[in-house]
Design a protein around this ligand. Sequence first.
Ligand SMILES: Cc1cc2nc3c(=O)[nH]c(=O)nc-3n(C[C@H](O)[C@H](O)[C@H](O)COP(=O)(O)OP(=O)(O)OC[C@H]3O[C@@H](n4cnc5c(N)ncnc54)[C@H](O)[C@@H]3O)c2cc1C
Ligand SMILES: *[C@@H]1O[C@H](CO)[C@@H](O)[C@H](O)[C@H]1NC(C)=O
Ligand SMILES: *[C@@H]1O[C@H](CO)[C@@H](O)[C@H](O)[C@H]1NC(C)=O
Length: 501
Amino acid sequence: MATPSAPSSSLPPKPHQSSSASSPLSPPSSILIIGSGVFGLTTAYALSRRHDFVNTTITVVDRADPSNPDVFPAPDAASVDTSRIIRADYPDAAYAALAAEAQLQWRQQTHPDDLGSEGRYSESGLLVVADGPAPPPGTPVVPGTSVIDKSKLTGMDYARFSWANVLSLASSDPELAARIKECPNTDAIKAALGTGGSSGSWGYINGLSGWANAGASMAWLYKRVRAEDRINFVVGEVTNLEVSGNTVTGARLSDGRVLSADLVMVSAGAWTGRLVDLTGQAIATGQVLGYIDLTPEEEAQLAHMPVILNLSTGLFVIPPKNGVLKVARHAYGYLNPTTLSVPPLVSSVTTPAAAVSLPLTTLTNPTLQIPTEGADDLRRALHEMVPLPSLRDRPFSKTRICWYSDTPTADFIIDYHPEYKGLFVATGDSGHAFKFLPVIGEKIADVIAGQCPPEFVGKWNWRYPASDAAIKTVITEDGSRGGVPGLILSTELERTSAVLN
Ligand SMILES: Cc1cc2nc3c(=O)[nH]c(=O)nc-3n(C[C@H](O)[C@H](O)[C@H](O)COP(=O)(O)OP(=O)(O)OC[C@H]3O[C@@H](n4cnc5c(N)ncnc54)[C@H](O)[C@@H]3O)c2cc1C
Ligand SMILES: *[C@@H]1O[C@H](CO)[C@@H](O)[C@H](O)[C@H]1NC(C)=O
Ligand SMILES: *[C@@H]1O[C@H](CO)[C@@H](O)[C@H](O)[C@H]1NC(C)=O
């Protein structure tokens, strides 16, 4: 499904170019960061360590867990979970290289306070698989060729280009070269998986990829940030940005407090569209996850399995740890159109729709369950990839809907707002930003300072939708997504209760 890209005459002219400028900007006297997920907290940390920013007051505000107001970020943030895949397996060479840089830090496990220690990182390997048509045997993959139209990729394209980039990285990294292997058919995939199951018709295994305990890694980072004693943390829910003319001056909280700053950075993850109109640029999509409790015997049986990711369906399984196996789906996801009582900050090009897709989580809706549509798919993945008979009918011990801020190309949005002074946005994570925890804050700080990394110019910038059609909805077409685009969460939940009743 392709998003039409023909420019439409009914759109107003675009305002001035976005400001991923290369000239250094002078640091603001104060910066307010809204959202303490991986984007917000790493940026706060990076800024707090920069000499240029010694005189800048840095404040971070986040919604908190009512039961524990000192915990950052909120437990329903995308950055908090038992696991996130850590891979440099990307079809895009710039993200592959940045992820490879991050992996060097994930692998540090010598001292207890190294990022990868205390179970925060597990190098289980990653098995990437996809559906045919499989490339003819012997088809050369040209390392580093990633000049591709990301709007038209299939799961197999994603896997093939990713393999090409991994080969390219391996050409200067003998350790990596020794740990990667093409799996040209189902039998090879089965052998690499080691669970008795299989999935996909072609793929490869990368022994230098793995997964991280995301919640524990955020706690590790939060502890380090706290130790710097440079950042003010405020617990609160931002209802809107404060604006004077075309300058953003701060943020208003639900209890009436106003936090003022010279520069406001919105890094509110999938909630960002509540505060800044992102029509046609980013949309909140809900993704399903299921957790299954294992006996120690079952866990031992699966101890050596890699992460497996089926790019044709987006379904993936994370190896067990502490008696829990996780299965999830990287999909187009559910939309949750929400009517806003306070509209987001508008732009001159788009008008926010009356309803904006925003997250719905158990923090605000404690009885929320995943729809049967998603649960059935997770079950299918489990049957195929981890076919232990004892797991066949075992119910999920827990399920969750986790929210992405999805962009059409799966590129992040890290840029100054082109129309408002004093406003910077870091969002559009598109479901793959966690692995960059060790490196993304420095990159965001570079963009704040006016120095966007050259390889991300044209990727991370603010991009107004190209057409009226593109305004209607955002569909991520980078080839990695499974499921069906445009499912509405409330409809799927109604179907689910109809089945259960
Ligand atoms: C199911 C799932 C699987 C994923 N798998 C992977 C993976 O395998 N590998 C990988 O690299 N990445 C993965 N990701 C993506 C990764 O988790 C995200 O890209 C990343 O965590 C996004 O960080 P963020 O800071 O943008 O958003 P978040 O972590 O969601 O942070 C946003 C913060 O803003 C706060 N906030 C929002 N609105 C307000 C407000 N009005 N007032 C105050 N605070 C507010 C929230 O409380 C939250 O703490 C996955 C994501 C999901 C959901
Ligand atoms: C910070 O403020 C001090 C005191 O005003 C000043 O001497 C110093 O140059 C400033 N540092 C920077 C990097 O702006
Ligand atoms: C994985 O991909 C294959 C195609 O290669 C598909 O037939 C299969 O159903 C997928 N499995 C899952 C669990 O998504």
